[in-house]
Design a protein around this ligand. Sequence first.
Ligand code: ATP
Length: 356
Amino acid sequence: MKTYRIAVVRGDGIGPEVIASALEILDEVRRVGAGFGVELIEAPAGAGTYLECGEALPASTLAACRAADAILLGACGLPDVRYPDGTEIIPQVTLRIELDLYAGIRPAKRLEGVAGALAGDPAIDLVVVRESTEGIFASLGGGIVLGDQLATDTQVITRRGTERVVHSAFRRARRRGRAQPRVTCVDKANILRSFAFFRKVFDEVAAQYPDVAADHLYVDAAAMELVRRPERFDVLVTENLLGDILSDLTAGLIGGLGVAPSADLGERHAVFQPCHGTAPDLAGMGVANPLAAILSVVMMLDHLADTHHDPAPAAAARRIELAVTAALASGEARTADLKGLATTRGATTAILRAIG
Ligand code: ATP
């Protein structure tokens, strides 16, 4: 039986609340016979940690994350806690850079019992793969403001950065096992050279996956199609900022940030976290939706199963998914953001019961 080392970054705001809930679920699914072990390593980071020890991402936390098989993260940062220069505390972004987590995986799957934003609730089951280390964000802190009259940031698209994220998208499309898997490249190749290059590299990689259909959309058309015909999509791959925007859009389509999990994957490390932030307006009230964090644990288990060729975590993941579906169908896991009455505790208990 394998034992996996999980670094746990609880973070700030509702982060610790939803992570506590997700860990209870992980514990329960193992208790009922999952066939794998888990060693949790507390890895403090975020605004609270900064206030306590003057560092948002202590070296010991980074080391624990490097040594772990996977990292489970709540959410970090608080509006009132900032560095002396006024910038926000975002250790999750530092972690992405330090661990070279280049593929942001943002699935959007409609859950039974959760009303999406679209009339008729189409069967949405897609994944946005967001390049997470370059694009326009590569300019972070490096843009210029000239004479209070002009400002620039520079978009960076490299062959290596594009090839690896596009490969990741095609491998994912294959694994999802649709009758006809498809990867859609989203860009603005008609306007910017950097995007035309992204598309060219995409086409070169696509040729290596003849079993997977490949197509392109300009980002404006993609935004419209995602609203008009979301069921047409399988996997989308795109630049950093475009992926940031489109993945919030797709989260909105399936019921909002409270049900949107995510993964940030590199060659050697992987972070799993809800798409939402610290939601300071809800912190401490016990009403945050824990589903995004719980579904992030599902993604983590699937990743461990894949990378360690171990069917046990994948079986546990399916068990959690079934329990979530059951608890949503009965209405017991529907928190206020899903137009229900459940508290974080109530939703967690309902899922725990369904696992049992
Ligand atoms: P960040 O900049 O850190 O990503 P944000 O400004 O996008 O954060 P979030 O913290 O993600 O904001 O949350 C935006 C709003 O969505 C919150 O104020 C809250 O009302 C709602 N929200 C977010 N997460 C949840 C959740 N898990 N359960 C219920 N509501 C949530």
